[in-house]
Design a binder for this molecule. Structure first.
Ligand code: IPE
Ligand code: IPE
Ligand code: MG
Length: 253
């Protein structure tokens, strides 16, 4: 399986990569195509990047596929995205099984139509025991909603007397998020050049390294990912400390 990995991988790799997959519409517009064609080509990039991350040995990959705000898009586009998602899950399941990829949806998946939820649930169940890599698909995901939902669950626990207010620490709080038990992303990539986080993983990216590329998502393939990983390796992650302190004890956790 490692035959495609270039010999020039950096020595230190992120454990968790998060990606805001943006620019499908502009990719299509540049070619005078319908936006949906852009999403279709974007699905090819998803396949390539998931495969590459697995081969490279990334432990967690979180892809922003549909935001809570994306519900405001034209109905036709939303339906096309749902149908692409279903097709993607069905076609990728055998490879996910073969490569030990576990699928985990994060977001308000109950807002999706029943048939989409069913396929999602099936793929999550089928891949539950896989140990190779966790693929988080952010679907109807919004960081602010995630934090509000966590606060609500914690408030319920406190009201029921199962949790004391003083016991609410950062670690406890993170256990109420979709990403409970996972390390925070080390690297956040956004394609298509926009300098914003668009409500993605607001809590989890507190100390994440950010890389914005002008490449539109359908043009983003593994070669560029590997270039970004080389750039990431050169970053000095200081976590609020001084450069000298970091050189002595390079790991935060
Ligand atoms: C990202 O591409 C995919 C989704 C948000 C579903 P866009 O559809 O946002 O493409 P642009 O930003 O309009 O080019
Ligand atoms: C962010 O892209 C959401 C996803 C990639 C799923 P958008 O295209 O929706 O973000 P904005 O609206 O440009 O910030
Ligand atoms: Mg966009």
């Amino acid at each position: 399986m490692n035959s495609d990995v270039p010999s020039s991988l950096p020595d230190s790799l992120p454990r968790h990569i998060a990606i805001i997959m943006d620019g499908n519409g502009r990719w299509a517009k540049k070619r005078s195509l319908n936006r949906i064609r852009g999403h279709r080509e974007g699905a090819e990039s998803v396949r390539d990047i998931v495969r590459a991350c697995r081969e490279i040995g990334i432990e967690f990959l979180t892809l922003y596929a549909f935001s809570t705000e994306n519900w405001q898009r034209p109905r036709r586009e939303i339906l096309a995205l749902m149908s692409l998602l279903k097709g993607f899950l069905r076609s990728e399941l055998p490879e996910m099984m073969e490569n030990g990829i576990r699928l985990n949806a994060i977001g308000q998946i109950e807002r999706f139509p029943g048939d989409v939820v069913k396929v999602l649930q099936e793929v999550m169940d089928m891949t539950r025991e896989n140990q190779g890599m966790i693929l988080n698909l952010a679907l109807s995901y919004g960081g602010q909603d995630e934090i509000v939902a966590a606060a609500r669950k914690i408030a319920t626990e406190v009201r029921a007397g199962r949790l004391q207010p003083e016991e609410i620490t950062k670690a406890v709080f993170s256990n109420y998020l979709y990403t409970q038990g996972m390390p925070e992303p080390d690297l956040l990539i956004r394609t298509s050049g926009e300098m914003r986080v668009s409500n993605f993983l607001l809590w989890q990216i507190a100390y994440t390294e950010i890389h914005v590329t002008n490449t539109l998502w359908p043009d983003f393939r593994r070669e560029e990912l590997i270039r970004i990983l080389h750039d990431y390796e050169k970053r000095e992650r200081r976590f609020g400390m001084t450069g000298a302190q970091i050189k002595k004890a390079p790991h935060r956790q």
